[in-house]
Write a protein of this length. Structure first.
Length: 158
């Protein structure tokens, strides 16, 4: 089974189309979308395109989907509680505007879809075994790691 893992699309439909062209020519059997489909310029169109693919597609959430869901849940009396930042602090005001706009573009049609995505996904892939997909690390979609991060510090059993 050939799996394409697509991460951090950020509403860039033209770039997604180019990648999907390559995915088609690679004879992929399944796609895993590893989070951060949104926000940015074309959130509705990008999400719609992924949901209408002729291949099986599974999604996990990234920090940006969770931040957009927090925007959707916020009201004048209910402040935004999650910004998808590693610090937990709000985004700069210029980015907050983009998140608000994205939430408006996706409500209400896509809210339950985004909310249904899991944090992690495990697939048994012949020749590889069980593969864990996550955004960031299994512990946190905002946790940052590099090639210098000790392996034991990123391994958890979500």
């Amino acid at each position: 089974m050939r799996v394409a893992a697509l991460y951090d699309i950020h509403g860039n439909l033209p770039a997604l189309e180019a990648v999907l062209h390559d995915v088609h020519h690679a004879n992929v059997d399944q796609i895993v979308v590893g989070g951060d489909v949104v926000p940015d310029p074309m959130p509705r169109e990008t999400l719609k395109r992924l949901l209408e693919l002729d291949l099986p597609v599974q999604f996990i959430h990234g920090n940006c989907e969770l931040a957009i869901l927090a925007q959707m849940a916020a009201t004048d009396t209910n402040p935004v509680t999650y910004w998808g930042t590693t610090s937990g602090n709000p985004l700069p005001e210029s980015l907050q505007e983009s998140y608000r706009w994205t939430a408006q573009q996706l409500q209400p049609e896509y809210e339950s879809i985004l909310a249904s995505w899991p944090k992690t996904l495990r697939l048994k892939i012949p020749g590889l075994g069980e593969v864990l997909f996550c955004h960031g690390t299994p512990r946190s979609e905002t946790e940052v790691f590099t090639r210098l991060t000790p392996e034991r510090s990123t391994l958890t059993n979500p």
